[in-house]
Ligand binder design. Sequence first.
Ligand SMILES: [Zn+2]
Length: 200
Amino acid sequence: MENDTQHGYPNLAPKVFLFILIANVIGTNVFIPYFTLEFAFQIWTWSLYADIVFIITMTLSLIIPLKLHAKNGSIFTNGLICGGLVYFGYMISWFFVCNTSDEFSMDDYTIVYHGYWGALACMITSMIMMAKTDPNYIDSKQKNHIECPYCNKSFRVPKNYTGNANCTECNSEFRVVSAHGESVAVFLDAKLPEPVKHSE
Ligand SMILES: [Zn+2]
């Protein structure tokens, strides 16, 4: 797993844990009207084999699309792959529940076909995880320091923000200009050189 940071997915373990939790809790909605949070965790007591299969298939259902996304960058396609893998993982896991637990038999196998809400929730979760590695998103989370040109009060602004701002200290309005990852605050009537046009 040492390559994960290079591919833009640091801290994979908590992501996998969250993903399995969502697959577990939302996937349990097939048991409505029995569904409660307590019941969602009770299903882990049915079959140890199914638990292991579920953990393995759900882990792969997340890691495979994330790896593919790091290679080809398509959020939508890899989100769909994730949803498909989760649905497939439910089917394999449920097969083990039906065959190795006292609670269910193969007569109950068709319950698993109602697992699409869980697959959908996992698909959306994986797409959010993918979107968060997008360079534009990461840029928008980064802040630059600027100083009010009137009173020198220091502020943090989003790295790519260009536009007017009001100083909370002296109430003056000024303009924030960002270029090449740097931000500066200037007087509103400051004469600026024409910005160099470049596509984002
Ligand atoms: Zn100020």
